[in-house]
Design a protein around this ligand. Structure first.
Ligand code: R5P
Length: 331
């Protein structure tokens, strides 16, 4: 393992230091010593203590507001560190991005609007990233915004493993997508849960001018007397899934569980979800969740093993596909 002539160097930026630390422990590779500070006006300054000449560098950064001052700061920190490492003659610069900020702006939804997830991708390549390892991109076609390799990992295997190991899944369980856009993701989860035929969709409508307001209108499928696992990529304000849970309970579901990869938990999300019809809210640690945002119904599954295995595979020139093709068990 990790026998490449290009030694692996792990760099943790501000976005998700606790996860970076766990990945480092799993791999047995210490995080590189760095200096990350700011000028008085807020400009970011970065450098590493030790040489990275000829090394395969793995920069771990979630481009979320949590852990950073803002989403924009997270991206800027990343660009600056890539530039520094490229100028320091790293052999390759691999970006381990548990959460890809701006992913939701992946198309022109309105006139005179930017495609921001493409724009941040262009900049990432321009400054010198050689590879991106991402998790549950909001839209899989974001991979096509890059000309460098993108390893797109999915959260379904680790969420499924957690749900099964905690006894949340039986023959009476169905998986729900909170909207039409999430159907593929929900279908993936059914496969990992062995529930291919147990699937329902919520028909969500969102007023065009209100970004975080949703109105769940209809349910396609039957949930009478069922345990329902509602899966989404992102929980931001929690409105989408909380309204979905309410509808599912109204339609006769006996128990409703949320399973989501990225827990942004903004606005009233914490109160919203604790007071919701969910029995459990299961998320990953792709984004740092501070103590102030933890609530009794929240359960957090770590992605540390997934990313550690991905780094091992890249370092050893092996395929990462076993991480999303097989049944996954956290090592
Ligand atoms: C939207 O398309 C995403 O997949 C999520 O459903 C959305 O971002 C969740 O937002 P919120 O929690 O604010 O309803």
């Amino acid at each position: 393992m990790l026998e490449s002539i290009h030694k692996p160097v792990l760099v943790a930026l501000s976005g998700n230091e606790p996860l970076a630390q766990k990945i480092s422990e799993r791999l047995g590779i210490p995080l590189a010593k760095q200096n990350l500070d700011r000028f008085a006006d807020g400009e970011i300054r970065f450098n590493l203590d030790d040489s990275v000449r000829g090394a395969n560098v793995y920069i771990i950064q979630s481009t979320s507001a949590e852990g950073n001052n803002s989403v924009n700061d997270a991206w800027m920190e990343l660009y600056i560190s890539i530039d520094a490492l490229r100028r320091a003659s790293a052999h390759s610069i691999n970006i381990i991005m548990p959460y890809y900020g701006y992913a939701r702006q992946d198309r022109k939804a309105r006139s005179r609007e930017a495609i921001t997830s493409r724009m941040v991708a262009d900049l990432l390549e321009r400054v010198g990233a050689d590879r991106l390892v991402a998790l549950d991109l909001h839209a899989t076609q974001i991979q096509g915004f890059f000309d460098i390799p993108v390893d797109h990992l999915i959260g379904a295997p680790i969420l499924a493993d957690y749900l099964i190991c905690n006894g949340y899944v039986d023959d009476n369980t169905v998986v729900a997508s909170p909207d039409h856009g999430g159907v593929k993701r929900a279908r993936e989860l059914t496969q990992f849960l062995g529930l291919e035929e147990s699937f329902v969709v919520l028909d969500k409508r969102r007023p065009t001018d209100q970004k975080n307001t949703v109105e769940v209108m209809n349910l396609i499928g039957n949930v009478e007397g069922k345990t329902v696992i509602m899966v989404d990529d992102i929980i931001d304000t929690g409105n989408t899934i909380a309204q979905g849970a309410k509808l599912l309970k109204k339609k006769g579901a006996t128990k409703v569980i949320a399973a989501a990869t990225h827990a942004l938990l903004n606005g009233n999300a914490v109160q919203n979800l604790q007071d919701s019809d969910f029995d459990h809210v299961v998320v990953t640690d792709s984004i740092v969740i501070p103590e102030s945002k933890k609530f009794p119904k929240l359960e957090i599954v770590s992605t540390d093993d997934l990313f550690a295995k991905a780094i091992e595979a890249i370092q050893d020139y092996k395929s990462v596909s076993p991480l999303f093709q097989n049944k996954y068990h956290r090592g």
